[in-house]
Design a protein around this ligand. Structure first.
Ligand SMILES: Cc1cc2nc3c(=O)[nH]c(=O)nc-3n(C[C@H](O)[C@H](O)[C@H](O)COP(=O)(O)O)c2cc1C
Length: 252
């Protein structure tokens, strides 16, 4: 998760800080150049997959939103495992590109020109382009999010909790739940299904697994920032009482 920015490496620390500044950008400026295309393509190579053995590919295509280009992500299928992996990669792309000063927004329903690529299928794209540097947030107070106790049960490091809390999600649904054990040696991450939902469960299932991957990205940036060494156990379990376990972190 390190990349060049004007001769300087972007570090995990930068990406942690970006979690407190990022914002979905929907107002772009003209002038996205071929130099920008190159810079974005290079930066995307720095994202690290959740499962090192899972195939994926980022491509840069013509704009499908209001930005200067779209970043398309292809994975082997749209099974939960791949969707969580996709969210994890896309959120890194979001943070890396915003750190470079680009405006970024997830485009949840946009259709790509190319549906399949090298045996992989399209999952989701990001709108990317130039924007006013003042578009980004100043800090935690500028975010609209749930209360931490609504998404996290148990005591844990506040910085890690905040970083997780500020994760973006489709329709800002924040359909997740985390539990930390009393000894703070274990964090369990769940996808949480709302009891009533105006949007069909099948549609939300797609977004919510992606959202879960986004959350894992933020959670891990928080853990690294706080020097908390953790081992991730990524295994999606069957749903129980509207909760689907996604991953467990063992704090060393
Ligand atoms: C999977 C996913 C799909 C999204 N799809 C769209 C979209 O199609 N159009 C849009 O304007 N925003 C989209 N968003 C952005 C969310 O609305 C936004 O992240 C959320 O409201 C929180 O705001 P923030 O990102 O500025 O913190 C999407 C976000 C995610 C994570």
């Amino acid at each position: 998760l390190e990349c060049e920015s004007k001769g300087r490496e972007i570090t995990m620390e930068d990406l942690f800080n970006e979690c407190f500044k990022r914002k979905s950008i929907r107002l772009f400026k003209d002038g996205f150049s071929s130099e920008d295309q190159e810079k974005v393509t290079e930066a995307l190579k720095k994202a690290v997959p959740l499962d090192p053995s899972a195939a994926y590919e980022f491509t840069l295509e013509k704009p499908h939103g209001r930005g200067g280009a779209s970043v398309c992500l292809y994975m082997k299928d749209k099974e939960p495992q791949s969707l969580v992996g996709a969210g994890y990669l896309l959120e890194q792309a979001d943070l890396i590109l915003e750190q470079l000063g680009y405006g970024v927004c997830f485009l949840g329903t946009a259709k790509p020109d190319v549906k399949e690529k090298d045996g992989l299928i399209f999952v989701m794209m990001l709108d990317v382009g130039l924007c006013d540097p003042n578009s980004f947030r100043q800090g935690k107070a500028d975010f609209t999010r749930k209360y931490i106790n609504d998404i996290w049960e148990g005591e844990f490091n506040e910085q890690v909790k905040d970083c997780a809390l500020l994760s973006p999600s489709a329709l800002n649904g924040q359909a997740w739940y985390l539990k930390s054990s009393a000894d703070q040696k274990k964090i369990t991450v769940y996808k949480k299904r709302a009891p009533f939902n105006p949007i069909p469960d099948e549609v939300m299932r797609f977004f919510h697994f992606l959202d879960a991957g986004i959350l894992l990205c933020h959670l891990e940036l928080g853990l690294v920032h706080e020097h908390l060494k953790a081992e991730r156990h990524f295994e999606i379990k069957p749903e129980e009482d509207r909760l689907t376990e996604i991953a467990e972190y063992e704090i060393k």
